[in-house]
Design a protein around this ligand. Structure first.
Ligand code: RIB
Ligand code: CA
Length: 309
């Protein structure tokens, strides 16, 4: 089997943690590096969480520190959803790996050079690190095979009525990434809200094994807040959808569309403006916008991969 060379950039994050734990047991994916950025919580937590999660899964991977704030915006953390430490109050054994000196944007470029034309970049947090790499290295975009990102939405918002968290956190970075001419698959809230875990599912995950017990414990805080803040009785597995889409695209429904990032709107800043539902169509409609997932097959897949530990 030819394994996909994948770089992961994340802001762990309860659902980021689930994504990393599952990705480490997906043989079709060869993670070649991980980078962290500020997002759900401060970089001081997301970076350590990324290091500790990589060690927790048994992966031997470099983890690089990235941006501690958006390009221009003021940081807007989501501590209420992910807890102060980003893992729903759960802790992990501290990684004993050395600290990488290369910052995320340089590490992404180095990996893109090493795996030129092959590297798939999975983004499951704000797009700051990739935007910085694109700004610094003019030839980066032609070295990246594709970008699979969790972010945005055709018709949802979770941070404002118009914007999803990863894009809202750094709209300028998202605008740079979406206008760089990259091959992008966008998994927005339209599909990730369909990849949900209700409390019985979380209980099932808890019972699978020790990794499941960690995941479930970290999700319970998010579930409490989802009920309180959004009157939702489930936790959406936003970030794991990226890896599942890479390996099991048949579980999903997507279509090509045009997508632009609103960076100026008083009420719409951070919105991914798409022409999926509009009569007016953008000239270039090259973004693979993922819109649907088979929930039962998502859950079966999630449990099966988790069970590989
Ligand atoms: O809107 C959901 C996204 O924002 C997920 O990536 C979650 O981890 C947060 O970063
Ligand atoms: Ca995330």
């Amino acid at each position: 089997m030819t394994r996909m060379k994948v770089w992961l950039d994340a802001d762990p994050g309860v659902d980021d943690a689930a994504a990393i734990i599952l990705a480490a047991r997906m043989p079709e994916i060869e993670l070649v590096g991980v980078s962290a950025c500020a997002g759900n919580v401060e970089l001081s937590y997301t970076y350590e969480n990324a290091r500790n999660l990589v060690a927790y899964t048994g992966l031997n991977l470099p983890v690089h520190k990235g941006a501690d704030r958006p390009l221009l915006a003021e940081p807007h953390f989501a501590r209420e959803i992910h807890g102060k430490n980003g893992l729903g109050g759960q802790s992990l054994p501290a990684s004993t790996a050395g600290h990488e000196k290369l910052p995320a944007w340089d590490a992404i470029y180095r990996a893109a050079c090493e795996y030129a034309g092959e590297l798939i970049v999975v983004m499951i947090g704000p797009l700051t690190n990739l935007a910085l790499a694109l700004l610094k290295y003019a030839d980066l975009k032609e070295k990246i095979k594709r970008v699979v990102l969790m972010g945005g939405a055709v018709s949802y918002g979770n941070t404002t009525p118009a914007a999803e968290f990863n894009i809202y956190f750094d709209p300028e970075a998202a605008d740079i990434v979406f206008s760089a001419g990259l091959d992008i698959s966008m998994l927005g809230l339209d599909v990730t809200m369909q990849a949900y875990l209700d409390e019985p599912a979380i209980d099932r995950i808890h019972a699978v094994n020790e990794k499941g017990a960690f995941m479930a414990a970290s999700m319970r805080q998010t579930l409490t807040w989802a009920r309180k803040l959004y009157n939702l009785d489930f936790v959406a597995m936003h970030d794991p959808c990226t890896f599942l889409y890479l390996v099991y695209p048949e579980l999903f429904r997507s279509e090509l569309a045009g997508v632009r990032i609103e960076t100026k709107g008083k009420l719409t800043r951070g919105k991914t403006v798409s022409d999926v539902h509009s009569d007016y169509k953008f000239e270039d409609r090259t973004v693979d916008v993922v819109l649907g997932i088979d929930h039962k097959r998502f859950l079966d897949c999630f449990m099966e991969i988790l069970g590989r530990y």
